[in-house]
Every structure is written in structure tokens, then in C-alpha cells.
Design a protein around this ligand. Structure first.
Ligand code: ADP
Ligand code: MG
Length: 321
């Protein structure tokens, strides 16, 4: 069974809550507010190299959780930190905690608990964060609200993190400036928290792009019971990615993963408001219309000539390889 079949078969149960297994966050009504709760685990050797900059690891461990909160339109409130450490390495912990808490402070997200345990050496060192945010009850947003006819949007640019991994593996050659830029995207992802909040009431559905644009839009399509038609030429790519052969551009941008951008849908009438929401962020974020939601229940990518784009890489699945 693959990762998503495994979750569906063994861990999906009827839920009383607003959203649960199968969405970016669980959504739990609590008075006038709805709490958005998400958890993500990072393992050394799986999600980051054991020799990676610990400050970046701390940053990313929280960033991937804040990215799920952003999808739900929630404002980060607090988080739990669970660690399994093969050794108590003070230098590593010092840098890790600085990276982690700098991001937490940026979003006013307080560390309120956790658990610390020794992993039998050699590990792997494991970090698990559970983040909690809140959103007004009437503004909750899931992966499931897209309607046929809605526009499909994506924030920022996609594919750079995958390109950084390809460069690291010696599969892609990049000039130093481009290499530094894509490595930054891989190691220091910037969760689109403010955009997520500003899209309250505008976006009909959203998901954060963590496993590759197609795979994640695929989840959104499935939960919404619609289809999507994506225009490949509109998919936003960085100057670094655009220097690559088109096949690699498509693999990285469509199936790459680790982008932590938001893919979201909104009715065409909201176009100007969506652009305004993105431009109004303290640090303005680009948003690009990349397609349309359809009634077909299929996810199709077309290039400028009208030919179907097929990627050779599959969206990220922990048990597929
Ligand atoms: P995301 O990339 O947004 O963090 P994932 O792809 O990791 O989401 O997980 C897909 C969905 O399955 C999420 O709703 C997540 O909460 C749920 N999920 C993953 N693993 C489990 C599990 N072991 N038990 C219950 N739910 C799970
Ligand atoms: Mg997610």
C-alpha cells in the first residue's frame, strides 16, 4: 500500500469535527473560534541530511507546520515540540532552537510543551511538531470547497526545492547564484501564513504544496469532487528553474515537493481581491492563476500547443520508493 492508501485503509474513521484525516489541519470548533491543528515529523536522513545546518532544520520543522495552518487560513497560536535525540549535543541544540524560535517569534507562535527522549544511537534524530492556530468559525477553509468554474491559483514559484535536490545529487548543474537561491528555498521555506489569513472569505479551497503541485492539487480535486485543467505555461518558475531543460522544469515544478506554497481556488469574481490580498502582505507575495476547476474529476495539464504534459516523476509518497 502507498502512503495515502495506508492512511485511508487503517486510520480514516468517521469524524465529528469540521475537518480531520485527509485535510491539512484538523478543524475543531471551540466557542466562536475554530482551532486548526496539524502535526508533521522530520527525520534525519529522510527529511534532512544529518550534517544539515541545525538552524535551518529548526526553522523548517516549524515552517512545514505553519504552512498547513496557512492552508486553513489559521493564525498560528502555539506549538508542541517532541524530540528523539541520539545524543544531547549542546552546539546542535543551540543552533536548532535559535532557528526554530526565530520563526516562532516572527509569527507570535508560542512553544507550550512537548516531549524529549533519547533515541537509541545512531538515531535517527526525529523532530515532531504539533502546531495550533485559530480561525473565526465562519472563515474556515479546507481542501474540499472548490467549485467547477473557480480559478486555480498558486503563490510564489514552484520547483526550486526539487531543483536544489537535483543539483545536490549531481543531476543538474547550476551557476553559483542560482544554486544559492534554490538551496535557500529548500532549507528555509517561508510559510505563506499572512497570505493564508488574507485569503479568508476569498479562497474556496486551499492546500499547501508540500508533496508536489500535481499531487497536492490532486488531493484538493479529490476532496472537492471536481477536476482541474492546468496551463503549464502559467505555472510560476524561478529564473534558476527556467534555465533547465523543459522536462526537468516539469518534473520539478509539477512533481517536486517541498515548495510550501499555497495552491488555492477562488471564483473568477474574486480575481482583483485575490491579487490585492497578495500584494497587501507585509512582504508582498506573487500569486498566479494557473488553471480552472472543471466538472470532469480529472486533473489535466496542457502546454501552449494543447498537448498533455506528463511528468516522469510521481508525486512524493513515502512508501512508493
Ligand atoms: P500534509 O502534507 O498536509 O501534512 P499529509 O500528506 O502528511 O498531510 O497527510 C495527509 C492526511 O492524512 C492529513 O490529513 C494527515 O493529518 C493525515 N494522516 C497522516 N498520517 C496519519 C495517521 N497515521 N493517522 C491519522 N491521520 C494521518
Ligand atoms: Mg499540507
Amino acid at each position: 500500500v502507498n502512503e495515502f492508501e495506508l492512511i485511508a485503509r487503517f486510520f480514516t474513521r468517521p469524524s465529528r469535527e469540521r475537518a480531520g484525516v485527509g485535510d491539512d489541519c484538523a478543524l475543531i470548533d471551540a466557542g466562536d473560534a475554530t482551532l486548526a491543528i496539524t502535526t508533521d515529523m522530520l527525520l534525519a536522513g529522510r527529511h534532512f541530511l544529518p550534517e544539515a545546518d541545525p538552524a535551518a532544520v529548526g526553522h523548517k520543522a516549524l515552517a512545514v507546520n505553519l504552512s498547513d495552518l496557512a492552508a486553513a487560513g489559521a493564525r498560528p497560536r502555539c506549538f508542541f515540540l517532541a524530540l528523539a535525540l541520539p545524543a544531547a549535543d549542546a552546539a546542535w541544540l543551540d543552533a536548532f532552537s535559535r532557528g526554530l524560535l526565530a520563526l516562532a517569534d516572527r509569527f507570535g507562535c508560542e512553544l507550550i510543551g512537548g516531549d524529549t527522549t533519547r533515541a537509541p544511537p545512531p538515531g535517527p534524530l526525529t523532530i515532531c511538531i504539533t502546531a495550533i492556530g485559530d480561525v473565526p468559525r465562519e472563515a474556515v477553509r479546507t481542501r474540499g470547497g472548490a467549485l467547477a468554474g473557480d480559478d486555480l491559483w498558486v503563490s510564489g514559484e514552484v520547483g526550486d526545492a526539487a531543483l536544489a535536490l537535483a543539483a545536490q545529487a549531481g543531476e543538474a548543474a547550476l551557476p553559483a547564484a542560482h544554486l544559492a537561491a534554490v538551496r535557500r528555498r529548500l532549507d528555509w521555506p517561508q510559510p505563506r501564513v499572512e497570505l493564508g489569513v488574507r485569503l479568508r472569505g476569498l479562497a474556496s479551497a486551499a492546500i499547501d504544496v508540500s508533496d508536489g503541485l500535481l499531487g497536492d492539487v490532486g488531493h484538493l480535486v479529490e476532496r472537492s469532487g471536481v477536476g482541474a485543467l492546468i496551463d503549464w505555461d502559467a505555472v510560476p518558475r524561478s529564473p534558476a528553474l527556467r534555465t533547465q531543460p523543459v522536462g526537468r522544469q516539469q518534473d520539478c515544478a509539477l512533481a517536486g515537493g517541498d515548495d510550501y506554497e499555497l495552491a488555492f481556488t477562488a471564483p473568477p469574481a474574486a480575481r482583483a481581491a485575490v491579487l490585492q490580498a497578495a500584494a497587501g502582505c507585509r512582504k508582498p507575495v506573487a500569486v498566479t492563476r494557473i488553471g480552472t476547476m472543471t466538472t470532469t474529476r480529472e486533473l489535466v495539464v496542457l502546454d501552449a500547443s494543447g498537448a498533455k504534459v506528463e511528468t516522469t516523476r510521481h508525486p512524493y509518497d513515502h512508501f512508493a520508493r
